[in-house]
Design a protein around this ligand. Structure first.
Ligand SMILES: NC(=O)C1=CN([C@@H]2O[C@H](COP(=O)(O)OP(=O)(O)OC[C@H]3O[C@@H](n4cnc5c(N)ncnc54)[C@H](O)[C@@H]3O)[C@@H](O)[C@H]2O)C=CC1
Ligand SMILES: O=C(O)CCC(=O)C(=O)O
Length: 636
């Protein structure tokens, strides 16, 4: 947005609370941590202090009483204030630090009214251009040895609802806005001395304050946004809505909400019609393999910027259409590969030793100690179809366990270890004791293994499918198992899979030596935890900086870190002349370009332009209007 000139003359006055608003913490709690460091009853006292602090903040006991009780418990000395101030310096609220410029530009209009103490507030806020004469707070009373024994009881801020009296005495002109986390901040508005109260919830969400607020500000960006004031982010992150479906790991929620986004979790996948409703207003959608992000869903998605696939496969997403709409798709190509490989190894052993039939028998009360149909994997031939990330890792592990590895891939792939490349699928099928499928989710692979291919397999061989359900013709597999052509199979994926846990039927159920699992090849704690970092990081790099590195459907741009500049992101149809047009507009508005990055594919172009700090809102309108623009976003 357009930057206002320095030292803007404002008709508004901004009254900030200190503890848990300008800083992430309550200073007296930190002081308690410091002064009680070596005391055995430390935890108990800290707990009591916090309890008293909260009672005071919520207005449940008088503030004077809260202060008196806390100071008594604190047992602090003047010299403890030095480490306290150091600690507070590192605990300034994140969005306050990010918006230092606001405190410079509006220096004359910013006040601090706090029931804390000037001794530690002054040095902290002076670094944010707020001089001592605009800081209204209590002061300590110390004895001859420097021990803190009380506070100045004459100060209005030491009394119940003292902030009202303090603000009244100030008699400020213009609209008075109070920004604070507690009820004692709200009462200034209730008393009619302030015009607006913003409940500041970046560090703590106090229900009573939030309930009574004119507006809830999860951070300073939101406050500056609703007031149309200069700020670090053109659009506050809390306004960016993220919908995560299919029970993604809770760490994904933590990662994204800690960065300031508004995140909603749904434990299952949504059918198309429901998703069409829910997608409205959503900026980021997170899914796994079950949710179909169709053209209709994308048409209904009025705000969508990114789809994060918290898995490897992405054919459940209309990738090309998403690109045409300027929606970037990321996945997690490596996080769960090891989990699939380990399951494959386990299943090879289980199948070749007929472990599941033996186990089922004994569950049913039958002892059947036998070596029939029970063989070692050592020296046997493993045929890997699809020698990609999973196939290659499996190759190495299987070989280490003494198997002879054969592989077939439609693309040229380098053999790892002693693996032998097969030139055709038929060659692989005819030589393998176990065939394991790890091809990608390309729809062209539908019924890739059918009656004909099964007939080419060795008598008594085994088939494993951990790739995609549609790759295997299930009735044909059922027949091959029933006829004894195959000695067993392990199936993790099915042509039709339910959206959520519950009833499920497959014609393979009940067949001898058939391991059936509910698409859990990639479902390990480790894989899901890793995905919960990987995909959110990609999402954040795109939303926060514009980077599309590793996007599956979009031209990739890796961006240098930029400082003190604005970043414009322009996604357009790749037709001749767009770059020239963008730069013409920028030149017309006299913009100084500090960096420009372009990446294209045959359909879309993605250009990022970094500019000097100041810009005019009109330039944004002009850039949006350029013909063939798909999406335009300003980052800072
Ligand atoms: N069961 C589960 O929970 C999981 C399943 N998967 C699935 O596993 C499969 C493999 O994953 P990655 O190894 O990461 O994929 P990748 O893309 O690294 O490797 C796939 C390989 O298959 C080859 N390929 C494709 N079609 C082929 C064909 N018709 N014949 C021979 N080769 C063919 C490709 O050239 C490629 O080298 C994917 O379908 C993925 O969705 C992945 C993770 C978990
Ligand atoms: O865990 C999931 O939801 C899907 C795993 C999978 O098939 C994949 O990563 O492609």
């Amino acid at each position: 947005m357009a930057k206002q000139s320095n030292q803007t003359i404002s008709t508004r006055k901004f009254i900030f609370d200190f503890d848990s608003t300008l800083t992430q913490v309550e200073a007296l709690d930190v002081l308690a941590e410091l002064t009680l460091e070596n005391r055995e009853d430390r935890e108990e006292i800290i707990r009591k202090i916090q309890e008293i602090t909260n009672l005071g903040i919520d207005g449940d006991i008088s503030f004077t009483e809260s202060l008196e009780r806390r100071i008594r418990l604190l047992n602090a000395h003047e010299k403890d204030l030095i480490p306290l101030i150091d600690a507070l310096r590192n605990k300034i609220s994140k969005s306050i630090t990010a918006n230092r410029a606001f405190f410079e530009d509006y220096a004359d209009d910013i006040y601090v009214i706090s029931c804390g103490f000037k001794e530690f507030i002054d040095p902290i806020v002076s670094e944010y251009n707020i001089p001592s004469e605009r800081v209204f707070a209590n002061t300590f009373e110390v004895d001859a040895e420097g021990k803190i024994i009380g506070f100045d009881k004459e100060n209005v801020l030491a009394t119940h609802n003292g902030k009202i009296a303090c603000l009244r005495q100030l008699d400020l002109d213009g609209e008075v806005q109070v920004i604070g986390d507690g009820y004692s901040d709200y009462v200034m508005r209730e008393a009619g001395i302030a015009d607006k109260f913003f409940a500041y919830t970046e560090n703590v969400h106090r229900e009573k304050a939030a309930r009574n607020a004119d507006h809830i500000a999860p951070n300073l960006d939101e406050f500056l946004f609703v007031n149309d004031l200069p700020r670090n982010l053109s659009y506050p992150k809390n306004r960016i809505k993220i919908l995560l479906l299919e029970n993604v790991h809770p760490a994904a929620f933590d990662n994204l909400s800690e960065d300031g986004f508004s995140v909603e979790l749904v434990s299952h996948s949504l059918p198309e019609e429901e998703l069409i409703e829910r997608i409205k207003g959503v900026h980021v959608l997170g899914i796994r393999s079950k949710t179909q992000v169709t053209q209709r869903v994308l048409d209904a998605a009025d705000k969508l910027l990114v789809v994060g696939a918290f898995c490897i496969g992405t054919t459940q997403i209309a990738l090309e259409y998403a690109k045409e709409k300027g929606v970037v798709v990321f996945n997690a190509p490596y996080s769960n590969t090891r989990s699939v490989v380990e399951l494959a190894i386990g299943e090879i052993i289980m199948l070749m030793r007929s472990i599941f039939p033996r186990s089922t028998e004994i569950h049913g009360g039958k002892w059947n100690k036998t070596a029939a149909n029970s063989r070692e994997i050592r020296g046997k031939n493993l045929g890997i179809v699809g020698y990609g990330n999973i196939g290659k890792q499996l190759s190495v592990l299987a070989e280490a366990m003494g198997m002879r590895v054969y592989y077939y891939d439609v693309d040229e792939q380098l053999a790892l270890g002693n693996a032998t490349k097969c030139n055709t699928l038929e060659d692989l099928l005819s030589v393998s004791d176990v065939v394991t499928l790890h091809i990608d989710d390309n729809p062209a692979n539908k019924n890739y293994i059918g009656e004909r291919e099964l007939a080419r397999m060795r008598e008594g061989a085994y088939l494993i499918n951990l790739s995609r359900g549609f790759v295997v013709d299930i009735p044909a597999l059922g027949n091959a198992l029933k006829s004894g052509k195959l000695a067993g199979a392990a199936i993790d994926v099915y042509p039709e899979e339910p959206r959520s846990n519950g009833e499920y039927q497959t014609e393979l159920a009940g067949l001898e030596n058939v391991i059936l699992t509910p698409h859990i090849g990639g479902s390990t704690e480790e894989a899901q935890r890793d995905i919960a970092d990987f995909v959110p990081n990609k999402i954040m790099e795109y939303i926060n900086a514009g980077s599309t590195v590793d996007a599956v459907n979009f031209p990739n741009i890796r961006l240098p870190k930029q400082q003190n500049a604005h970043r414009f992101l322009h996604i357009h149809r790749n037709v001749p002349g767009i770059m020239a047009h963008i730069n013409k507009v920028l030149a017309e508005f006299d913009m100084n370009i500090t960096g420009q990055y372009l990446s294209t594919d045959p359909q879309v172009g993605y250009v990022i332009t970094d500019l000097d700090k100041d810009y005019n809102k009109e330039v944004v309108r002009a850039l949006r209007k350029i013909e063939h623009t798909i999406k335009f976003r300003v980052l800072y």
